[in-house]
Design a binder for this molecule. Structure first.
Ligand code: 13P
Length: 278
């Protein structure tokens, strides 16, 4: 069933469990993630970035694709279609109009008050639409190639003020993770996570879940993270699998065989992450 993320995340927060957001890129990605979450009987958030939306053809293509797969594959588990890192109110509006169940507005690079004002506009848009809103505060790190940009962790007082002013449904706070696969040692501030999670009524979101060991993911959950976003780990696993397949099967031209050679890798990553809740 298609739902917004509010109820699933509040339930998970109460039970000290994590709901994963897995980012999707195409039909095959979506199908694999849906099938695996259905098999495991767990709710899932399908995150779509603006660049993935552009790649797939547009907001309506993405929602039609997700809604059709949920229907034709007879997916019974809760599924939330979520705009990841919306960069403008307009982008959130287009997602909501296309039927997305949830949007993230990311104005974290703006000064706090400006961030709040823009987030409020999106909350207003989502009101009465059965759409949940996530927003970000603080600045996350980023790894591109070997270049690591360190972010600035969110301050607790700012985060409390941000949530109470904007009335968002979940908050992405910078706590020391980075977007992309970083295998070095990260300074995740577990005390900050604990402090935020116990003070906030809304669920706390961890961006940049890739490259973190299962132990670290569990520690984040135990400290109070409710939603973990995973993108790069699936991309890496799929690419590795396809490259190996092509090395062994140079004559294959059927795209279903080429793309499909990475399906199990996608499903394995999804299952491995979800199993931290066991
Ligand atoms: P990773 O690429 O590190 O998994 O981050 C994903 C993410 O946070 C999407 O919003």
């Amino acid at each position: 069933m298609l739902v917004n993320s509010k109820k699933m995340l509040l339930k998970a927060k109460k039970q000290n469990q994590v709901v994963f957001q897995f980012n999707i890129n195409n039909l095959e990605w979506t199908k694999c993630i849906l099938e695996e979450c259905e098999a495991l009987k767990v709710p899932v958030i399908l995150g779509v970035s603006e660049s993935a939306i552009k790649y797939m053809g547009g907001y309506n293509v993405v929602s039609a694709l997700v809604f059709s797969l949920v229907s034709d594959l007879e997916i019974k588990t809760d599924v939330c279609l979520h705009l990841d890192h919306g960069s403008s109110v307009e982008s959130c509006r287009l997602a909501i109009e296309a039927g997305f169940n949830s949007v993230m507005i990311d104005m974290s690079k703006k000064p706090l008050q400006e961030n709040i004002e823009i987030v409020k506009e999106v909350v207003e848009l989502a009101k009465n639409q059965d759409v949940s809103v996530e927003a970000e505060i603080g600045s996350m790190g980023k790894i591109t190639g070997s270049n690591l940009e360190i972010g600035t962790n969110t301050k607790k007082e700012d985060c409390m003020y941000f949530v109470s002013e904007t009335k968002i449904d979940s908050v992405a706070a910078a706590v020391g993770t980075v977007h992309g696969i970083y295998r070095g040692k990260l300074n995740i501030d577990y005390d900050l996570i604990k402090d935020l999670a116990s003070s906030l009524k809304v669920p706390l979101v961890l961006h940049g879940g890739s490259g973190l060991s299962l132990e670290v993911l569990k520690k984040c959950r135990d400290a109070g993270i409710t939603k973990i976003n995973i993108n790069s780990d699936i991309q890496e696993a799929w690419s590795k699998s396809v490259k190996e397949y092509l090395k062994e099967n140079k004559e294959v031209i059927d795209p279903r065989k080429v793309i499909g050679s990475g399906f199990q890798a996608i499903k394995d990553v999804v299952r491995e992450k979800i199993n931290i809740n066991k």
